[in-house]
Write a protein that binds this ligand. Structure first.
Ligand code: PTT
Ligand code: SF4
Length: 604
């Protein structure tokens, strides 16, 4: 396929060996790139049952055919078997690493083994080396990037882990450009377990495309169209931070460990408060609508804010000063911790302390204690050791009924939308292919608009449609979905750029089929790694079913368990999965996954 080099780097850190891998052409045709490529590699090459933090785990860094060529396409996928969930894990990070990797002559990197000493991978124009990272081990993510750029040049693309990844914190992430983060289900820990502190790419080659002039023309057209959208200027002002106000109004702002959906101090942490503190705007490469809002935090340092970060480190733990929230957010970036999960575990600790299930006192809204805890988590010290394992394992350890309010699905902490009165969003969390993340289907805005209390099948159809576009098309092409989601940029543009780049004239049917294949394959991976499946794995925590909201206009609302389970059954049926949530043989065969069907036979 044009638009892809058709080759990846395969790096065996144990042997300090780097090979060029001409991957099978069917990978590109059937999986396109990004998440699709990663899922297929993990299915084909990861030994079943592998320890996620053992040398046999594979870390996949993957771009797609339009990465670096389309509007908002400075994005890439970081994937591996997750140490947090034991299933498939990935994240999408904005980074010059992805665009430079393409310019260096590769579509992806697959990393196996474990280096004997702290190391980093350096890729430049077709060549690759594993170099010593002893001098930068222990540094913060931004210090690591700064030091490597001093050596390899300012234009190199860098991915780093922080101290949390080195200490194998189960929800540590990979960081780029100081404030871009990816790989919520512990991709940072997988890097750390391999003794891999960083990866750098540098190149100046152009990936061959089918229609060069048309690709350039479409890129310019895309930029112009995005910038002329109605909501553009407000987006430039607030970016994702505008969602705080929306979530408060819709009663979905996670508050006090998802007990409530409204926060009394919401105005102190919203987009307008952010605007008053704003000192800059950062972005991923090739972006037409930058969204990295930088503020100066209460300790005087810059911190890049997003909705999720502020909701989880603000309202969810009772902190109502944006300057304090910004300190915690900056620490998470420096240490390489996922802000959503760390906000959730701190909220969990606050509730556990209130209920006297742990000895340590951690009060709601205590920003100093939250600051200490975040550092202790990254260092795995004291209570931080327990919390570094995530809320699922922490609740199993402390007991006392805490499993009911450990806010996760499949072990991944829930992102920042309360679902007491949002059944479709609850199902989106329940069926997300990586655990409770909103990336595959942010159905909540549609649900709030169209009727939030129903459990009808139209919601299931909408959910699958969103998963196909967001979790399928954008994650395999690989580009940022925000132009479409946030500004209504036309989706039809993507098949056009895909044709210009690859020469393949396809419609949405093609992307949707790829998406369904990738979803079925990822589900098969979960089944294989967990040794079976039960629909209970696709259900959000008991809190949303048992404890109604007590505040705000939706006080009294909670989810209905039986109605949720009927939606889940409808979801399985529409996907061609059985009543436990395992893809049926005929579904796998229809999607060209006969080999996968064979392997799943023992769970039939
Ligand atoms: C993403 C998740 C999100 S989703 C946010 S804010 W969001 C949190 N950001 C974190 C952060 O920052 N620092 C940190 N230490 N941890 C963080 N954890 C959280 O991670 C991100 C944007 C955003 S901002 C979103 S929605 C969109 N996500 C996209 C996606 O998933 N796919 C895609 N094709 N396009 C997307 N565009 C948008 O990108 P994960 P980024 Mg992120 C500081 O990675 O693992 O998927 O988790 O990548 O470059 O920071 O851009 O309101
Ligand atoms: Fe990156 Fe934001 Fe631009 Fe998307 S909109 S490419 S997340 S800066």
């Amino acid at each position: 396929m044009k638009g892809l080099w058709g080759r990846a780097l395969w790096v065996d850190l144990s042997r300090e060996e780097v090979k060029v891998w001409e991957y099978p052409a069917e990978y590109a045709l059937n999986y396109v790139g990004g998440r699709g490529f990663a899922a297929r590699v993990l299915w084909d090459y990861l030994p079943p049952g592998a320890d996620p933090l053992g040398p046999e785990n594979l870390l996949v860094l993957a771009t797609g055919p339009i990465t670096g060529l389309a509007v908002n396409s400075g994005k890439m996928v970081v994937a591996a078997k997750s140490p947090l969930t034991g299933g498939y894990g990935d994240g999408n990070v904005g980074s010059y690493f992805g665009t430079m990797l393409r310019k260096a002559g590769y579509d992806a990197v697959v990393i196996s083994g474990r280096a004997r000493r702290p190391s980093y991978l350096y890729v430049e124009n077709g060549k690759a080396y594993v170099l010593s990272a002893e001098a930068i081990w222990g540094t913060s993510a931004s210090e690591c990037e700064r030091r490597l750029k001093e050596v390899h040049g300012r234009s190199s693309g860098v991915l780093c882990i922080g101290p949390a990844g080195e200490k194998l914190v189960k929800y540590s992430v990979v960081i780029s450009q100081g404030g871009r983060a990816g790989g919520r289900p512990g991709m940072g820990a997988v890097m750390g377990s391999k003794n891999l502190k960083a990866a750098i790419a540098l190149g100046d080659m152009d990936v061959p495309v089918a229609e060069e002039k048309e690709t350039r023309r479409l890129l310019a057209e895309g930029f112009k169209a995005v910038k002329s959208k109605e909501g553009y200027s407000f987006w430039e002002r607030q970016g994702t931070m505008a969602t705080i106000e929306w979530s408060q109004e819709a009663s979905v702002l996670p508050t006090y460990n998802f007990r409530e959906g409204v926060f009394e101090f919401h105005r102190m942490i919203d987009g307008y408060s952010m605007e008053a503190m704003k000192i800059g705007l950062h972005s991923c490469p090739i972006c037409a609508m930058p969204c990295g809002n930088v503020v100066r935090d209460y300790e005087g340092a810059p911190s890049e804010l997003d909705y999720e970060n502020v909701a989880m480190l603000g309202s969810n733990i009772g902190i109502g000063h944006l300057g304090h929230v910004a300190v915690l957010n900056r620490l998470a970036d420096e240490l390489g911790l996922d802000t959503i999960s760390v906000g959730s575990v701190v909220g969990f600790a606050m509730e556990a302390s209130e209920r006297r299930l742990i000895e340590e006192r951690v009060e709601w809204g205590d920003h100093k204690k939250a600051r200490e805890l975040i550092i202790d988590i990254a260092q795995r010290r004291g209570l931080g050791e327990l919390l570094a394992e995530g809320v699922k394992r922490a609740s199993e350890k402390i007991g006392g009924g805490s499993q009911e309010w450990a806010m996760h699905v499949k072990g991944l902490e829930i992102s920042a939308y309360d679902c007491h009165a949002a059944p479709a969003m609850a199902l989106a969390y329940g069926t997300s292919p990586i655990g409770a993340h909103h990336k595959d289907a942010w159905i909540i805005s549609w649900e709030v608009r169209t009727g939030r209390h129903s459990y009808d099948e139209a919601k299931v159809d909408k959910l699958i449609e969103l998963q196909r576009i967001r979790g399928g098309m954008f994650e395999t092409l690989v580009a940022c979905r925000f132009p479409w989601v946030e500004l209504g940029f036309e989706l039809d543009w993507y098949p056009r750029i895909f044709k210009a780049v690859t020469g393949m004239s396809v419609g949405f049917d093609y992307f949707y089929e790829v998406a369904d294949r990738v979803y079925a394959l990822i589900r098969a991976f979960w089944v294989r790694e967990h040794g079976g499946w039960s629909s209970s794995m696709d259900v959000p925590p008991a809190r949303w079913f048992k404890e109604p909201l007590t505040k705000g206009p939706l006080a009294g609302s909670k989810l209905d368990y039986d109605a949720y389970m009927s939606m889940l059954s409808a979801y399985y049926r529409k996907r061609g999965w059985d009543s436990r949530g395992i893809p049926k043989r005929e579904t796998l065969e229809r999607l060209g996954l006969a080999d996968v069907a064979e392997a799943l036979q023992k769970y039939a």
